[in-house]
Design a binder for this molecule. Structure first.
Ligand code: BDP
Length: 334
């Protein structure tokens, strides 16, 4: 007679064998290896928690067949490098800010134009419509499949010298920007000097005076500790750039329809969670840095900053006449 222990062993072995067989018969349609996920942020950041929810959900829904490991805190390298690695298929999934993506996929630059979105809600409406589809198509052509949009708030300038109240205050300032010529032009249009630099290098660069400041949303200003070395935060809110939950096209194309559905809905649900967490973290980060002594100034009238961006738009349209329609389409969304 089979003892309960023997039976459990047998059942476990049978289950493993069944899993293996399922895996084998599913090959080469679905990738069985653990997927590599890239993330620039610290583990308790809203993006990170969204990605953790994603991996938990695909594993659960697929009965352990689809698994991923997310490498948080940028340990797999800088964002521009990670974009390349995803195109080559060595990074399977990631949450990318669309800022640095413009260098590789020009159409995505339209969301990096200063003041292009009137608000986060406006950005959501645009992404949920035909413009969002056009951006996804342009990305897919370059090997990156966008499955869901994450929030990243509005970016404002901060520095170690003084409050910024008018565009003139940026004159002569050395400012770190994300890797994209558009951001260099943006700072230059106010008379500042922009340096594109990896996120991980910003803290020490401000500390040692290589740059005077940078620009980012409240949660990144806080989670990186930049507020400790750049104590003036001025609400220019000049950029509202979405982030995308992306998978490599190589991985995506190898999935069965069922697995695609599992992955897509897990990505979408993770974005819902991320957006809720984002709103909470934005206020918490803001409170935290202000109570730590950051001098925050609200800029109620953004018109002078918007006016200063005209040369950025003119240059962009002159260099990318094919993207003018997309810019107009965004501006036309209410
Ligand atoms: C953060 C984005 C992150 C960027 C970073 C940056 O979430 O993707 O890498 O800014 O400034 O807000 O590099």
């Amino acid at each position: 007679m089979t003892s309960p222990i023997q039976f459990r062993k047998f059942a476990a072995a049978a289950a493993t064998a069944a899993l293996l067989t399922a895996g084998l018969t599913a090959l080469p349609g679905s990738a069985q290896a653990e997927w590599r996920g890239w993330n620039i942020h610290v583990p308790d950041y809203p993006v990170s928690l969204g990605m953790d929810q994603f991996t938990a959900e695909i594993a659960e829904k697929s009965g352990g067949k689809l698994t991923g490991k997310t490498y948080h805190s940028g340990v797999l390298g800088s964002q521009p490098d990670a974009i390349e690695q995803m195109r080559l298929g060595s990074i399977d999934y990631a949450v990318f800010n669309l800022g640095p993506m413009g260098q590789v996929i020009p159409a995505t630059n339209v969301v990096s134009l200063p003041f292009i979105f009137k608000s986060m809600d406006h950005m959501h409406r645009v992404l949920d419509g035909p413009v969002g589809e056009q951006l996804s198509d342009a990305m897919a052509e370059k090997g990156i499949v966008a499955l869901a949009w994450y929030d990243s708030g509005a970016r404002s300038f901060y520095n170690s010298k003084k409050p910024i109240t008018t565009p003139d205050d940026v004159k002569g300032m050395k400012v770190r920007v994300m890797n994209n010529d558009l951001f260099v032009n943006m700072v230059a249009s106010m008379g500042g000097n922009a340096t594109p630099m990896a996120f991980s290098e910003v803290y020490s660069s401000i500390k040692t005076g290589v740059v005077d400041g940078a620009e980012n949303n409240w949660p990144s200003y806080e989670s990186t500790g930049h507020y400790e070395v750049a104590g003036y935060y001025s609400s220019t809110e000049h950029l509202i750039i979405p982030e995308c939950f992306c998978v490599s096209k190589a991985l995506w194309d190898g999935l069965s329809d069922d697995d695609k559905e599992t992955v897509k809905s897990a990505a979408r649900r993770s974005a819902e969670t991320q957006r809720e967490l984002w709103a909470k973290r934005s206020s918490a980060s803001r409170e935290k840095v202000i109570s730590a002594g950051v001098k925050f100034n609200e800029i109620a009238d953004k018109a002078p900053f918007q006016a200063a961006m005209k040369p950025v738009y003119d240059k962009f349209i002159a260099e990318n006449p094919d993207l003018e329609g997309l810019v107009k389409a965004i501006q036309a969304v209410d």
